[in-house]
Write a protein that binds this ligand. Structure first.
Ligand code: XCC
Ligand code: SF4
Length: 647
């Protein structure tokens, strides 16, 4: 290994070495071959939008082309590229949400998919103004599903925003003209406006990107979260383990990888089928071990405690253990490299979605109408593959960590009730959290989200940022691959309380939570929006008044750009640990890191150094606290600062 380590955890390090010994190629090898990334692409200055180009321009050096053939400037090209990233990310989250809505439409009393959380169904129906009284639950289910699907393409009006959005925030969006309309419409509008010969004004383009991102955060992603909760249950606290050490040599190991829980839920269910367990024994295994990867892991872990094999950059390493019978995938974040890689071992790569076929993989289209049987036959294929293992090639690292997970919005409220004096305080409200934050026992909250990226040492920035924050009494909520990094590092265990500052540690003890709360997959960032939205409403403030920050230390996907944009547009300052391709335009840089604050009360920070980023976040949180006090005092709320200065 050269100067920079590839990964921080032992399991990954051991397997990177094994991959090398096995002479297989991983992302880090390909990164070496790739050498320096294209400078134009990196700055956002390459335009492939029409075939007069591609045009690549050099405004930074001032030499060579300064405009594209059509006359597009750096500001135009960069802003268009940025908006397209947001549109693609929004499309991915929202289409995932749509699939789940289709599954909801299919749900029936004796079907493969049923309603697990009726209360949540009714909550959604109420939010959308649907009549719920005296209605057959499955009639209501179909109505809710139809309403959801209509939100994607309704011809008139705006998206039906969730009730947790504070009125002040809605006003801000309205005044800026960025209130989202139908979800698909926003994506299409960006694709249209970025076509040659349309929008050529960076600010207008970025505003369109913001509106589209809001259609993701308050539309498509919410569908993903809320409807999954209806179908599969709203997550509650569970214990699990994380890292590649969860694979077990004696078992048939199956990795579920991708995003949509409709597949993984069935796989988890079917893995308990007596017929399959019998078959597993017959081939010489002790049982079936399902482990998750990426956001699919988060979905099944939150609802069943299924173990986490690893996050994004560990997908190849899992295969390199030589102990995985099948990697079952659906959509998003699946390396095409798995196709060749699995062939170097006995592992089967099984694709299941027509939206993500991979050449060289086995395609077993997952049919939701016969979901259970589909899942069973896929698992069967994995079991029968157990005997093809090459014992010589097996190495499973020991490393794994214990984690307490499953913190949905409701679960957090229920936990907080433990500290409530029910004679005075209403239970089931956000008041205890508001008290912790306004009193200063907790200095603030941070959402640590997003992916892995080989531009950074795997997981390192995520872990460092989280540790710095909790030490300063900032409670961390995490989703996606960042949450898995935290789980693997033991930051979601009881023990992690030792790493927290005094205030946070006290809260953790009282409420019995770890200092880092796993809130789910990336569509579940909506759970965080829900939390901050309700908190702001409770305090009669706007989200931008809260001492709350967001950070994606090692992001890589377009989805992360969409998330970052809706988080900032919601009024939450957001740090990106990987520079997005916008540096080629002075105007776009200025909008995203400065001007946008005048529009929505929050801005982007681009900082690759995790220590610097964490310090900036803490500083910002303290600044926000001062504003918070002023505003609360103006409302004549009696607030007492517990610890005035950060010590
Ligand atoms: Fe993918 Fe969602 Fe990123 Fe992980 S965090 S690499 S998007 S799996 Ni969402
Ligand atoms: Fe070049 Fe303009 Fe075509 Fe882009 S749209 S490729 S800048 S001519």
């Amino acid at each position: 290994m050269n100067k920079k380590k590839y990964a921080v955890d032992e399991a990954s390090q051991e397997l990177i070495k094994k991959a090398k010994d096995d002479r297989i190629e991983t992302v880090w090898d390909r990164k070496k071959i790739m050498k320096t990334p294209c400078g134009f692409g990196e700055k956002g200055l390459c335009c492939r939008i029409c075939s007069m180009g591609p045009c690549r321009i050099s405004p930074v050096t001032g030499k060579g082309a300064q405009k594209g053939l059509c006359g597009a400037t750096a500001d135009v090209i960069v802003s268009r590229n940025y908006a397209r990233m947001v549109a693609a990310g929004t499309a991915a989250h929202s289409d995932h949400g749509r699939s789940i809505a289709h599954v909801l439409h299919m749900a029936s009393k004796d079907g493969n998919y049923t309603v697990k959380d009726e209360e949540k169904l009714i909550e959604i129906a109420d939010r959308w103004g649907l009549e719920t009284e005296d209605k057959n639950i499955y009639d209501l289910t179909h109505e809710v599903a139809e309403y959801a699907l209509n939100e994607y393409g309704k011809p008139f009006g705006n998206l039906t925003l969730p009730t947790f959005v504070p009125d002040k925030r809605k006003k801000i969006w309205e005044n800026l003209g960025i209130t989202p309309r139908a979800i698909d419409r926003e994506v299409v509008t960006v694709m249209h406006s970025t076509h040659i010969g349309c929008t050529a004004d960076a600010e207008s383009m970025i505003k369109m990107a913001m509106r589209t991102s809001l259609a993701d955060g308050y539309g498509g992603s919410i569908m993903g979260t809320d409807i999954s909760d209806v179908l599969f249950g709203t997550p509650t606290v569970r214990e699990t383990e994380a890292n590649l050490g969860v694979l077990d040599e004696k078992y048939v190991n199956i990795i579920v990888h991708g995003h949509e829980p409709s597949l993984s839920e069935m796989i988890v269910l079917a893995a308990d089928d007596p017929e399959l367990l019998k078959l597993a024994k017959e081939v010489g295994a002790e049982g079936i071990n399902i482990a998750g990867m990426c956001c699919t892991a988060n979905e099944v872990m939150m609802r069943h405690g299924v173990k986490i094999a690893g996050n994004f950059l560990q997908q190849e390493l899992a295969v390199a253990t030589g102990a995985v019978e099948a990697v079952i995938v659906d959509v998003q974040c699946i390396f095409p490299a798995l196709s060749d890689l699995t062939k170097a071992y006995h592992t089967k790569l099984i694709t299941t979605s027509p939206k993500a076929k991979i050449s060289g993989a086995i395609h077993r289209e997952f049919d939701e109408r016969t979901a259970y049987e589909s899942a069973k036959s896929i698992i069967k294929e994995a079991i029968l593959n157990f005997e093809s293992r090459d014992k010589e090639k097996i190495f499973i690292p020991k490393a794994k960590a214990h984690a307490i997970v499953g913190f949905s919005y409701k679960t957090i409220l229920n936990r907080l009730d433990k500290v409530v004096n029910s004679n005075i305080d209403p239970v089931g409200t956000i008041k205890p959290l508001a008290d912790c934050i306004t009193s200063g026992v907790l200095r603030g909250a941070a959402g640590v989200v997003g992916c892995n990226n080989p531009k950074q040492t795997h997981d390192q920035s995520i872990i460092e940022i989280i540790k710095s924050l909790i030490k300063k009494d900032v409670i961390v909520v995490a989703t996606g691959c960042a949450a898995q990094a935290a789980a693997k590092a033991g930051l979601m265990s009881k023990d992690a309380r030792k790493l927290a500052g005094k205030g946070l540690a006290t809260v953790c003890d009282l409420v019995d939570i770890p200092p880092v709360l796993h809130m789910g997959s990336c569509v579940d960032n909506t759970r965080i929006l829900n939390l901050v939205g309700e908190l702001a409403k409770f305090l009669n403030l706007d989200i931008s008044d809260l001492p709350v920050v967001g950070v994606a230390p090692e992001w890589m996907s377009e989805k992360a750009v969409a998330i970052g944009t809706y988080v900032v547009s919601s009024g939450i300052d957001t740090w990106l640990g990987i520079m997005p391709p916008v540096i080629g335009s002075r105007e776009v840089m200025d909008i995203l890191t400065n001007k946008i604050e005048d529009m929505v009360g929050a801005r982007f920070y681009f900082e690759e150094d995790p220590v610097k980023a964490a310090n900036q976040m803490i500083e910002r949180i303290e600044e926000k606290r001062k504003i918070l006090y002023k505003k609360l005092k103006n409302q004549n709320l009696a607030v007492e600062e517990a610890t005035v200065a950060q010590n």
